[in-house]
Design a protein around this ligand. Structure first.
Ligand SMILES: [Zn+2]
Length: 272
């Protein structure tokens, strides 16, 4: 902690540091966190430095994360350093922006699916291929598949501000059906079961890169992949159709909110 000495604004001279434990409820979880602040021994006025406030925020976040079995900021930093990874290297490994790593280490609470991705990257936990469908993740391939769908459907589906609501459903079907029928996905993407259907994991961090990606600089679509996409486009010519079909899939419905939908369930698809 810093050595700033605070004076009481009421003119009582130097304030003293007090360490207490605060009981509080955070996101419906009861937690107790250590809290350090200044207090005036005369009038009891309390004040905190910026550092003290930050430490309390981090303590709340980490205590909560521990309670709900998410990696804490401290654990993320420790595991990352053990692997001698920079924040940048970890971001690359996970296909997320470096800002996300900084936020999680600094106290922002990661989603369940991002926690799993962190554990895979930091604990060498094998994702099996069930999260990527036996293929390396490729942003260019995502762009390639979406571009092909736009060609087949005769309209734009990749839009910046619609949360990929429909584009992700087409993509999901393409990846899942390809996995079921060829043994590997088309893009290596991981999908999370979100309230509004299967979603490209971490799409918020990926969308800009997808828009900018050069789809010509990647392995072209095979004849088999093109046939699969053709069937999907024929079956679901309208956005609403692919959206409704995805919502009827048991393999999405049975996963907890935010959980990863494994490719190993691709044989249970019913929409196509
Ligand atoms: Zn005072």
């Amino acid at each position: 902690m810093n050595a700033v000495l605070m004076n009481c604004p009421n003119g009582h001279g130097k304030m003293e540091i007090r360490n207490t434990r605060k009981k509080m409820t955070f996101r419906d979880i009861n937690i107790i966190i250590p809290s350090e602040h200044y207090a005036c021994p005369v009038c009891n006025l309390e004040a905190s430095t910026v550092d003290q406030t930050g430490a309390v925020q981090r303590a709340i976040s980490d205590t909560y994360r521990k309670a709900v079995n998410l990696l804490t900021g401290k654990e993320i930093i420790e595991k990352r350093k053990n692997l001698k990874l920079t924040q940048e290297a970890l971001a690359k490994k996970m296909n997320v922006g470096i800002a996300s790593i900084k936020r999680w280490e600094g106290g922002t609470i990661q989603s369940k699916s991002m926690d799993l991705a962190l554990r895979i990257a930091l604990e060498g936990k094998s994702s099996g291929d069930s999260y990527t469908g036996n293929r390396s993740f490729s942003i260019q391939r995502i762009k390639l598949v979406l571009t092909q769908f736009e060609h087949l459907l005769g309209r734009r589906i990749l839009k910046k501000n619609d949360k990929m609501l429909f584009a992700a459903k087409y993509l999901w079907y393409a990846d899942m059906v390809a996995h079921r029928e060829t043994g590997e996905s088309m893009t290596g993407s991981t999908y999370a079961a979100l309230p509004y259907g299967p979603q490209l994991n971490n799409y918020k961090d990926l969308i800009d890169d997808i828009m900018k990606a050069n789809e010509m600089r990647v392995e072209p679509l095979s004849a088999e992949e093109k046939r699969i996409m053709n069937r999907i486009a024929m079956k679901f010519p309208r956005d609403r159709m692919v959206y409704d079909a995805a919502h009827k899939e048991t393999i999405w419905k049975k996963e907890a909110r935010g959980a990863i939908i494994p490719y190993t369930n691709s044989d249970q698809l019913t929409g196509i």
